[in-house]
Write a protein that binds this ligand. Sequence first.
Ligand SMILES: NC(=O)c1ccc[n+]([C@@H]2O[C@H](COP(=O)([O-])OP(=O)(O)OC[C@H]3O[C@@H](n4cnc5c(N)ncnc54)[C@H](O)[C@@H]3O)[C@@H](O)[C@H]2O)c1
Length: 342
Amino acid sequence: MSRPYRFAMIGTGFFAQNHLHAWAQIPGVELVATCDIDATKAQSAALQFGGRAYTDARELLANEQLDFVDIATTPPTHRMMVELAAEFGVAAICQKPLAWEMADARAMVDAMAAKNLPFMVHENFRFQSPMRRIKQLIDDGVIGRPFFGRMSFRTAHDVYAAQAWLVESERMIIVDVAVHLFDLARFFIGEPQTIFTSALRVNPRIKGEDVATVLMHMPEATCIVDASYETRSDRNTYPQTFVTIEGTQGKITLGPNYHLQVVSGAGVIDENLVIPDHGWTSEPWNAIQDSVVNVQRQWVACLKSGVLPECSGAETLGLLDITLGAYESLATGQVYAVGSSL
Ligand SMILES: NC(=O)c1ccc[n+]([C@@H]2O[C@H](COP(=O)([O-])OP(=O)(O)OC[C@H]3O[C@@H](n4cnc5c(N)ncnc54)[C@H](O)[C@@H]3O)[C@@H](O)[C@H]2O)c1
């Protein structure tokens, strides 16, 4: 048997806990080190999951023999971390959004490509089991050709309690959650040609936008992406994404609590999807936590086979162009021509 892939977890804050739990169940990997500028967080992760704790990523990379790093720091540090990985000849998987600016993202992709190193973005919503199921139904032609979509994430859950950095971030719900919805739109329907954004700040306590609606025009389809952190509702469905896809021969709806309805030539089929349980996963996070396992499985399979991961760094430049383009549309009040920043 070949030796396990040696890796380090860089950034051991809120979401990294899901990464750490998921890695612990992935065969063929070994956590060698953890790193966080907050020493307590790095140490407590190392204590629970293994490896040596660092507060400085450069020191970590200089000291340890690694095959890859998993980066879950906040976005402004992503470029620095990926370039560091490239400098030390180590593959990298990095949390979304890849960067704040296209130039940074391109520099990251170029740095990894120059050393021929695998590089994936942790774009996990498409890896949620219900989303894989929807994609399969579309690819099987069950609803014909999709001509309309809606990806919706609306909640009043206090996201700031666990992620304080969102309060200060000038860019907020579009980089935090709409980015995932854009990715789902591309995954299910295809690349948009233009997008138009309407967005607001409802909560006066924060700096960025907390409500956003983006209209995406594909060559033969329209998709609405809508996200809100200020939506009061009779039931708390956080952190679920609702999906509607209308096709020439049917319709797919993913509603509350992963209720899937498929209308097709075969009639109407209703199903309550069961999210795989990994022991450490729990409601309401289970579908997101399960998606982290699925991302990591794909990453390891790609390392083994040499095949490019679905959300490679280079592929994700297109997603970042849409995400940054959504802000440009907001700033100019104009439609953004997708691809303009590429
Ligand atoms: N894919 C998802 O579903 C999902 C969900 C939540 C967050 N995220 C992403 O995960 C990333 C982290 O978000 P979070 O909410 O967990 O933030 P967080 O603040 O809880 O965690 C980030 C950690 O990085 C550490 N850090 C910052 N700079 C560092 C540096 N230079 N060296 C080492 N450590 C450093 C911080 O001390 C902190 O512990 C973001 O990119 C965010 O968008 C993704």
